[in-house]
Ligand binder design. Structure first.
Ligand SMILES: NC(=O)c1ccc[n+]([C@@H]2O[C@H](COP(=O)([O-])OP(=O)(O)OC[C@H]3O[C@@H](n4cnc5c(N)ncnc54)[C@H](OP(=O)(O)O)[C@@H]3O)[C@@H](O)[C@H]2O)c1
Length: 320
C-alpha cells in the first residue's frame, strides 16, 4: 500500500480507501450480505487500507453498524471518514441537505454514537445546502465541533468551484474535498485548475469517488446489464445508450492491457485516477473480499508509464 498525507493535516491515508455505500444494503441490488461485507472490510485492513468512508445515509445507519462490527477495536486505529448534514426519513422519500448548525451538531452526535467513537477523525458535509443556511454558519458549526474535540478534521463533498472557493476563503484549514472523478467523469479537473491547486500548490486534500463508475470500468459486464429497481444503476445513464456504446472501446482497452499485465481492469481504472494531478486518494466501493483484492492491485500499476501512454487516447476519446 502507498500512503498520502492530506495537506495541512496529520491524516496519512492509504491511496485506496474503502467506500461503505453499497454495504449499507440499500440501493445496490439484492446481493449485499452482511457476512461478506464484514469479510470485505477485514480484507481491506489486511491489504493495508487504513481509512473507511461512510455516511449516515448509507443504509440509514446500517453501513456504520457493519463497519463497527467488522473493525471492532481497530476502529480506533483507522481513519473513519463520515458525513454530516443529510436529513432522511426512515421510510422512502427524498433525502435533503440541512446544514443548519443545530442539525450539524445533532447529526454528528448521532454518528459518534453509531460509530462508538469519542472523536470522528474526518467529518465531511455530504452535499451542498438545499435550504438557505450560509456556508459560513455551517463552517462555524464544524469549527466548534473541532474545538470541542468531537471531530479532528472536516471537509466538503460535491461542492463546485465557486462554493469551494467561498468556503476556503472563510476557512482555509478545510481538510478536503470529496468529488466524483474517473476515466469517464472529469469535471473535477476544472475545480482543480481554478481552486484546489491554482498555482500548483495543493490547498486541500482531494478524495475521489466512483473511480470504477459503479462497476462499469471493471470490465465485468460483457453485455449491457439490466439492474433491478433496487439497484441505483437501473437509472444510471452510463449503463444505457448512447454512453454504454461510447465507452466500450475504453473498456476493451482496459481488458486487453489488463490481460497483458495480468492485472484486473478495475485496478487500471483506479490507478489512472490516483496518477492524476491533485488527486490525493481514491474511495473505492466493494461488496466482497475478492473485489478488494483486485482493486488494491492498482498500487503496483502506478509507475507503468508506457501503459498509461497507451491508455490515455482511449480515455480522452470518451470525453463527451
Ligand atoms: N460523497 C458522496 O456524495 C459520495 C457519492 C458516491 C460515493 N461516495 C463514496 O465513494 C464510494 C465509492 O463509490 P461507489 O461505491 O458509488 O462506486 P465505485 O467505487 O465506482 O463502485 C463500487 C461498486 O463496483 C463493484 N466493484 C467494486 N470492485 C469491483 C471489482 N474488483 N470487480 C467487480 N466489481 C467491483 C461493486 O458493486 P457490484 O458488485 O454490485 O457491481 C461495488 O459496490 C462509496 O461507497 C462512498 O463511500 C460518496
Amino acid at each position: 500500500m502507498k500512503f498520502r498525507t492530506l495537506p495541512g493535516t496529520d491524516l496519512q491515508l492509504s491511496a485506496l480507501g474503502f467506500g461503505c455505500w453499497a454495504i449499507g444494503g440499500k440501493w445496490w441490488g439484492e446481493d449485499v450480505e452482511d457476512r461478506r461485507s464484514i469479510a470485505a472490510i477485514r480484507s481491506a485492513l489486511d491489504h493495508g487500507i487504513n481509512w473507511f468512508d461512510t455516511a449516515p445515509l448509507y443504509g440509514h445507519g446500517h453501513a456504520d453498524k457493519i463497519l463497527v462490527e467488522a473493525l471492532g477495536r481497530r476502529r480506533h486505529e483507522v481513519v473513519i471518514a463520515t458525513k454530516v448534514g443529510v436529513r432522511f426519513r426512515l421510510g422512502e422519500g427524498h433525502a435533503a441537505s440541512d446544514l443548519t448548525p443545530d442539525h450539524i451538531v445533532a447529526d454528528c452526535e448521532a454518528s459518534l454514537r453509531r460509530l462508538k467513537l469519542e472523536t470522528i477523525p474526518l467529518l465531511q458535509v455530504h452535499w451542498p445546502c438545499e435550504k438557505d443556511t450560509p456556508i459560513e454558519a455551517t463552517l462555524e458549526a464544524l469549527m466548534a465541533l473541532r474545538e470541542g474535540g468531537k471531530i479532528r478534521h472536516f471537509g466538503l463533498c460535491n461542492y463546485g468551484s465557486e462554493a469551494l472557493k467561498q468556503a476556503l476563503a472563510y476557512c482555509p484549514e478545510l481538510a478536503c474535498l470529496q468529488t466524483p472523478y474517473s476515466m469517464l467523469r472529469r469535471e473535477f479537473e476544472y475545480a482543480l485548475r481554478e481552486v484546489v491547486a491554482p498555482e500548483g500548490a495543493q490547498r486541500l486534500g482531494v478524495l475521489v469517488y466512483e473511480t470504477l463508475c459503479r462497476g462499469l470500468l471493471t470490465g465485468k459486464f460483457a453485455t449491457r446489464p439490466v439492474f433491478p429497481a433496487s439497484d441505483l444503476r437501473h437509472a444510471d445513464a452510463r449503463f444505457t445508450e448512447p454512453i454504454w456504446s461510447r465507452v466500450q472501446p475504453l473498456i476493451a482497452a482496459l481488458r486487453t492491457v489488463g490481460a497483458k499485465l495480468d492485472a484486473p481492469p478495475a485496478a487500471l481504472a483506479i490507478a489512472w485516477t490516483l496518477r492524476q494531478p491533485g488527486v490525493s486518494v481514491a474511495i473505492v466501493g466493494a461488496k466482497r473480499p475478492e473485489q478488494v483484492a483486485a482493486n488494491v492491485r492498482a498500487i503496483e500499476l502506478l509507475a507503468r508509464e508506457k501503459v498509461w501512454q497507451a491508455l490515455q487516447p482511449h480515455v480522452d476519446a470518451c470525453r463527451p
